[in-house]
Ligand binder design. Structure first.
Ligand code: ZN
Length: 323
């Protein structure tokens, strides 16, 4: 992290005065104030007495002392996107319709749930600030911040600015994917299919139909070429309300064994930012199972719990508004 941020200006306004120039009281306290690079408003609502009511306890769980969700919102104001939007869910407007031997793969060993309440099949590996679980900045957002280090806000100093997520389309011109089995052995000659996320309902929704969008054959080293953007037919990353195409499902078949995995646009960004702008290199390990062996054995794999804390509720609405 190359930039440092400090509190530079506090403006006290009359009760109920926010917003001063349109927008929302929290996200846009004063759209005309260009003197600062990030802004946030604190209206005199009930939260002042409750959410911010403890003026004495020095604790990261006391928002008056340290409000992690506010730092997350200021991340948006700078231009960062929600990294938790790269998680893959199968509820509330999200679906995976991929079938194996005529049966849905979700909840089988091909694609087990990763949480105990059985609504997610993948969590992004990038945990931290924009995944809603600070206090550290997630790796993807840290590099994105460094890309504009030292620069004044140019397209808005509030959540959300015009350059929100401008970096998501930093993708290498070509991308090579090596497919491996769970032990790490490359899978020469494997059949590799890519399923892109289409739009659904809700923030960062993903719907995967049962038709592969790319069908490739791995070379003798287990490598396939994915092009610049395997995530979309039009070559662009979408990450917004009702649609994120930032994660694609990969089906790998080697002989009569099949496994599933995911590729994530954030990894392509990181390859680009490493300087591999011409050729990004990626690896995917999949747990191969004999075709047809998995259907019906839903609980064969116990769900793996991972911490992915939701945003503090207080700021959730303004977060969505800002996106
Ligand atoms: Zn957010």
């Amino acid at each position: 992290m190359l930039d440092r941020i400090r509190l530079d200006k506090v403006v006290v306004v009359p009760d109920d005065a926010l917003p001063l120039a349109g927008g929302y009281p929290t996200n846009n306290p004063n759209l005309n104030d260009r003197t600062v690079d990030l802004q946030w408003g604190f209206p005199n609502d009930a939260s002042i007495g409750t959410f911010y009511g403890d003026h004495a306890t020095r604790s990261s769980s006391n928002p008056f002392y340290y409000e992690a969700s506010l730092l997350h919102e200021l991340g948006h104001a700078r231009y960062l996107v929600d990294v938790y939007g790269f998680n893959v869910h199968v509820s509330a407007g999200n679906r995976i319709d991929i079938l194996e031997n005529g049966a849905p793969i979700v909840g089988t060993p091909y694609m087990p749930y990763v949480n105990s309440w059985r609504d997610a099949v993948r969590y992004t590996p990038y945990t931290g600030l924009m995944n809603g679980n600070g206090p550290t900045v997630d790796r993807h957002s840290a590099v994105a911040l460094n890309l504009i280090r030292g620069r004044r806000a140019t397209l808005g100093n509030y959540n959300a600015p015009g350059n929100l997520g401008a970096y998501l389309n930093d993708l290498p011109a070509q991308n090579e994917l090596t497919v491996r089995d769970a032990s790490g052995a490359a899978l020469p000659g494997a059949s590799v299919r890519i399923y892109r996320a289409g739009p659904g309902e809700g923030w960062y929704a993903k719907v995967y139909d049962n038709t592969a969008d790319m069908s490739l054959t791995a070379d003798a080293a287990g490598k396939v070429l994915l092009g610049r953007c395997p995530f979309s037919a039009t070559g662009g990353i979408t990450h917004t309300n009702n649609h994120s195409n930032g994660v694609a499902i990969v089906r790998v078949q080697s002989g009569d064994r099949v496994g599933y995995g995911f590729i994530e646009a954030t990894d392509f960004n990181l390859e680009y930012w490493r300087g591999r702008t011409a050729l990004g290199r990626h690896e995917l390990r999949v747990a191969l199972r004999k075709q047809g062996s998995a259907v019906g054995s839903v609980d064969e794999h116990a769900p793996t719990e991972r911490v992915s804390q939701p945003l503090v509720v207080k700021n959730e609405v303004s977060d969505l508004v800002g996106q």
